[in-house]
Structure formats: C-alpha cells, structure tokens
Design a protein. Structure first.
Length: 257
C-alpha cells in the first residue's frame, strides 16, 4: 500500500479519468477533479455502485482548464496533477465539456490545439507555480492510428516537449497508449478485438509484408485495457523513479506493478 496522497485530475469524469480516480481512491488517496459542471450527472443507465462511490468521494471542482483562476487555488496541497482530457476527432465538444474544458466562442473551437495541447499546458504551468506539486502525468498517445489528422499527435508532442523541458521543476510522467478499451464502454470491445486480430495477422502471415510500408502498419500495436493505464498512472506517481515517456510496453510493465 502506497502512502496516502492527494491528486488533481483534469477530466475525472471522462473515459480514462474515471478509472484514474477509482484507482487512486482504492489506495486511500484524496482525489480532486476539474469538471465544467462540477459533479457529473448520471442517468440510471450509467450509474452503478462503483460510479456512485467515485462520484460521492471525489471532490469535484467546477472550472475551466483554460482559465487558471477557476482551479489554481485547488492545486495547493496536491502531490500530483493528472491530465486526461483529449479528443481523437475535432469538435468533440460534448466530451470536452464533460471533462472540464469549454470555450466561450463556439463549439467549433474544440480543436486539437485547444483541447489536446492548450488545456494541458495551461494546467501544467499552473502546477509548476504551485509549491508541493511534484509530478504531472499526461496521457499522450502512440502514433498508431492510421488516417487520423497528424495534428492529433503533433499537438500532444508539443506538450511532451514542454513537460520534459521543465522536468527539473515537476517530474513528468508521459504515457503513450494505443487504443484503449473497457467493458464500461462496450463499443470499444469489438474494436479492440479487431485490432488484436489484425495485429496477429500482421505478425504471423504474409499480410505484414504487404502492409509494412503503408499507413496501416502502425495499427498493428497492442491495445490496452483502460484500467491498466489508470494503474500505470497511479503506480508511476507513487514511484519517484518513474519519469519521462512511457511507451505501450512500459505502460504494461508499470501498470502491473
């Protein structure tokens, strides 16, 4: 059992953020989470015993990840900050709004730059200004998705570079997962299964030779269970020796402890 800590999660109501909050709470850590609406609204279909416990135990902060004045004071006393906000496709406004980000202009403003980059940089800079914050965990991504706008990866790499440049101030923990799945989001299960089948065919049949120089080649990467990624983040925060970029194999190793 690791020593009790206090963490601040940006996007704690999101797909990965929920698992991060849950993994921290299991260890007896105190969890604060930034959300545009504060505590998430659940329907009967999405509420269960686990989500109910998480919702009632997490301290939900109503604020905007792009506006430090709405959350900066809550960073005081936190040991680490976790940024789990992001969009795979631009203009995913609903997901952003629920995860703690919004813009005052229009829904169309939810770009890779504003969502994947600017929210992370804004929170990271606030964390560096806050005494006592020792680690900043950022969910980046491996470049494994073919036909996705290159800005999806390039904006995340911009964040990585700044975090690494300031590693003398706050320990950077940068995760680069591939496709993540969970039974809590059933639609991800057949996709993950399909990716795993493709990976097997790519590695063990002539298909790999045919596709190795095409955009599809990078899709033959391992999928990751959402809960394993969350465990990797919590384990990394607890271990001061873990720092820098964690590729898929590193995430699996750290996640399993």
């Amino acid at each position: 059992m690791t020593a009790a800590r206090k963490i601040f999660v940006v996007g704690g109501s999101g797909f990965v953020g929920q698992a991060i909050c849950r993994a921290a709470l299991v260890r007896g850590w105190k969890v604060l989470s930034l959300s545009r609406h504060g505590a998430p609204e659940r329907t009967a279909a999405t509420q269960d015993r686990t989500t109910s416990r998480v919702d009632s135990t997490v301290q939900w902060i109503k604020g905007n990840a792009l506006e430090p004045k709405t959350f900066e004071q809550h960073l005081s006393g936190c040991d680490a900050v976790v940024h789990s906000v992001g969009v795979l496709m631009e203009n995913g406004y609903k997901k952003l709004a629920n995860a703690g980000y919004t813009t005052s202009s229009s829904h169309a403003a939810a770009t890779y730059e504003s969502a994947n980059r600017d929210t992370a940089l804004c929170v990271a800079r606030a964390a560096r200004r806050t005494p006592g914050v020792g680690a900043f965990a950022y969910i980046s991504a491996s470049d494994v998705l073919p036909f996705i706008d290159s800005r999806y990866i390039s904006t995340k790499r911009e964040v990585e570079r700044e975090l690494l440049a300031h590693r003398d101030q706050v320990r950077p923990i940068i995760l680069r997962p591939g496709f993540m799945f969970s039974s809590s989001r059933p639609i991800t299960l057949p996709i993950a299964a399909g990716v795993d089948v493709f990976r097997t065919l790519y590695q063990r049949t002539p298909l790999g030779c045919v596709l190795k120089n095409t955009p599809l080649a990078k899709a033959a990467s391992p999928t990751l269970r959402r809960e394993l990624v969350a465990e990797a983040i919590i384990n990394a925060i607890a271990d001061p020796q873990v720092s820098g970029i964690l590729e898929i194999a590193d995430i699996e190793r750290v996640g399993r402890g």
